[in-house]
Design a protein around this ligand. Structure first.
Ligand SMILES: C[S@@+](CC[C@H](N)C(=O)[O-])C[C@H]1O[C@@H](n2cnc3c(N)ncnc32)[C@H](O)[C@@H]1O
Length: 275
């Protein structure tokens, strides 16, 4: 990142290691908490330097049942006075159950049972939207949804006759369930490309948009960039094997823009975490 020019990146979407003891191939995810927070402030400082003034930094963070404060501690470190402003907080909902008006329960998404008397299932992660000023304009409609009640389109002036409203800050984006054995999983902690695509739409993009993922893993951000017609995506990954899988995913999806790669990729973001 140190080689990238000042103010040269429009959009950063990333999920760093969470320091929760995840078994990555190369990275040791078990630093003392203080060291981890200092390391994060270091790379976040580089992001601040290379982000354009109207750029967006979407930071995906989760906790674990026994480490619930981690996302908040890191957020506090990254919103120190000389770093970022927290502009929006999104909740990435992986699984949800809704009770309808006629008392039916609809459950959707991928639900991974845990065996605990203390903790309930953790069905969400955060996506913190950090900016330099706290007032970066967004393309809320591109990331939005049609009105359920169409009479709202004419009732509200601000719709300007368009059937699209802001989606809000709860994003239901399920994993594609896979049933592969542990040793077939290519990476222990990925996010779905659809999550990154939502960030891209919300920030708004043009043909010159530059997207960066400093923790590329197996390339979910790069796939999302391709799906959203972003021509420049920069990624860093310390593990050669993950990077190779990222390249294969991109190659496999090259002839089918907008399609997922053919190899099984959607895996649990939290592998077996200590309860
Ligand atoms: C949570 S994973 C990111 C997964 C990615 N979002 C995906 O969907 O594939 C974090 C990644 O950061 C990588 N990593 C750790 N330290 C790094 C460093 N200093 N530079 C680049 N990558 C690093 C790890 O190897 C791991 O693949």
């Amino acid at each position: 990142m140190a080689e990238l020019e000042n103010e040269s990146v429009d959009l950063v979407v990333t999920s760093p290691p969470y320091n929760l003891g995840i078994d990555y191939r190369s990275y040791d995810d078990t630093s003392p908490r203080e060291d981890f927070l200092l390391w994060c402030a270091d790379w976040a400082g580089e992001i601040l330097r290379i982000l354009r003034p109207d750029g967006s930094f979407f930071l995906n963070l989760g906790g674990s049942p026994s480490n619930p404060l981690l996302p908040h501690q890191l957020l506090l470190a990254l919103t120190a006075p000389d770093l970022f402003k927290l502009q929006n907080t999104f909740h990435w909902i992986k699984s949800i159950s809704i009770q309808t008006r006629n008392d039916k329960i609809i459950s959707a998404g991928h639900f991974k049972p845990i065996n605990s008397q203390r903790y309930v299932n953790d069905c969400h992660e955060f996506v913190f939207h950090l900016t330099r000023t706290g007032s970066v304009p967004l393309d809320r409609r591109s990331a939005g949804v049609p009105y359920a009640d169409k009479s709202n389109i004419t009732r509200w002036k601000h719709t300007k006759g368009v059937d699209r409203r802001c989606r809000g800050n709860t994003w239901f984006i399920p994993y594609e369930t896979i049933r592969s054995r542990e040793d077939q999983r290519p990476h222990p902690a990925t996010f779905p490309p659809a999550l990154v695509e939502q960030c891209i739409r919300l920030h708004g993009q043009g043909s010159e948009t530059v997207l960066l993922d400093p923790f590329l893993g197996i390339g979910s951000s790069a796939l999302a960039a391709r799906n959203q017609n972003i021509s420049t995506c920069i990624g860093f990954e310390i593990d050669e094997q993950y990077l190779q899988i990222a390249r294969e995913r991109l190659d496999n999806s090259a002839d089918q823009p907008g399609q997922q790669a053919a190899i099984p990729l959607e895996v649990e973001h939290e592998p077996e975490l200590p309860l």
